[in-house]
Design a protein around this ligand. Structure first.
Ligand code: AQP
Length: 350
């Protein structure tokens, strides 16, 4: 008997090996938001010795129009961004999604598990579609169900993401629980979102109420991982702020979205808490704080940008790394997909 309601008692993850999966869309250049919300933590998780699988989700990127040549370039650039941020292809599996066909196959199976009512609640679709929902691709609407497939295809138990992806990981848990309930199995884990650190939601440098995003039409709204030192410093100098000095405690940032954002960015880059940052800069105006932030950002990001440039000079090597990662990923994914087909009653006779 199937049910439309998410299940209350998910399968305990203790039965599964700890494994991390996460991805980034190669839908533009990587931003400081992607770095602090995702990449930096991807490298930390790998260094903690947990099995890590990271993916450039090109099938997600095409849910909005992508010029084919640019998509290829952006995918290689994003791969360079992962490696330059500390993801080591010898210790993590790194690949692009479309090279492992099992993602699209499990995505379809999950389209038949997820309920329209659940999809209708996804705020990212509403944000991206705005008033033009009728003109959006069907893929953009189905995106969270493919994301559930990306994660569950590896029986991943943990998913490091920024705050904006929390709802999609929750939907993944609902899909896993409904599948397990409907087919009377405990085949899929219910993965946990890992949303940690001071910059789980880096905001636009122009508007502290909007997420920093690679597809924002304003380049001044974000720091790209490919920006050089001058550009990084200029964007921080011009970032929207306010006329008040920094407060003595984080509570004093209430109602000051831009000030809070700049403090959080500083904290995440310096591996400090926001409370420690305001304690250090209490009473300082942005004339003092912005140059300090610019120096810190340049010191942390310039080596990444230089390493990306070096890696991008050899696109064939990047393609080789992605191909090898795809083979490793497929070796894990295929048996899980095959078992899913079998559980659902599909004949497997070849
Ligand atoms: N501003 C952000 N702050 C913190 N984390 C962020 N992430 C993205 N932006 C921020 C995290 O980066 C990972 C990959 O995200 P994505 O590129 O797959 O999709 P997105 O969240 O839709 O990112 P963008 O930049 O806004 O992409 P576009 O403009 O193409 O839609 C995720 O873990 C995300 O949380």
């Amino acid at each position: 008997m199937t049910t439309d309601a998410p299940q209350a008692t998910p399968t305990p993850n203790a039965a599964f090996k700890p494994r991390i999966f996460s991805g980034i869309q190669p839908s533009g250049g990587l931003t400081l938001g992607n770095y602090l919300g995702a990449l930096k933590r991807f490298a930390q998780k790998q260094d903690e010795g947990i099995e890590t699988i990271y993916c450039l989700v090109d099938l997600h990127a095409i849910t909005v129009w992508q010029d084919p040549e640019k998509l290829r370039q952006q995918t290689r650039e994003a791969a360079a961004g992962f490696i330059a941020s500390g993801v080591d292809p010898a210790r993590s599996i790194l690949f692009n999604q479309s090279q492992v066909g099992a993602h699209a196959e499990l995505g379809w199976l999950f389209n038949c598990v997820a309920r329209l009512g659940w999809m209708n609640r996804m705020t990212q679709f509403k944000d991206k579609a705005g008033k033009n929902a009728e003109k959006m691709s069907l893929g953009l609407y189905a995106y969270p169900s493919l994301m559930a497939a990306d994660i569950l295809l590896y029986h991943a138990t943990m998913v490091p993401v920024g705050e904006d992806q929390k709802q999609h990981v929750e939907l993944t848990r609902d899909i896993a629980a409904k599948f397990n309930h409907d087919f009377k199995t405990d085949f899929f884990p219910t993965p946990e979102p890992l949303i940690e650190g001071a910059a789980t939601r880096v905001m636009s440098l122009r508007d502290g109420t909007k997420k920093m995003s690679k597809s924002d039409p304003s380049d001044a709204s974000r720091i790209n991982l490919t920006d050089d030192a001058d550009m990084i410093a200029k964007k921080i100098r011009k970032a929207t702020s306010d006329a008040e000095p920094l407060p003595e405690s984080v509570e004093g940032l209430e109602g000051r979205a831009e000030a809070r954002n700049l403090v959080n960015i500083y904290a995440a880059l310096a591996d400090m808490s926001p409370a420690a940052v305001v304690a250090e800069y209490a009473g300082a105006g942005f004339g003092t704080f912005k140059p300090a932030l610019a120096d810190l950002a340049v010191a942390k990001l310039s080596p990444i940008s230089s390493e990306m440039t070096r890696l991008m000079a050899d696109p064939a090597e990047i393609d080789r790394v992605l191909g090898k990662g795809a083979e490793q990923a497929a070796a894990i994914a295929r048996p899980i997909l095959e078992k899913t087909y079998e559980i659902m009653g599909m004949i497997r006779s070849r």
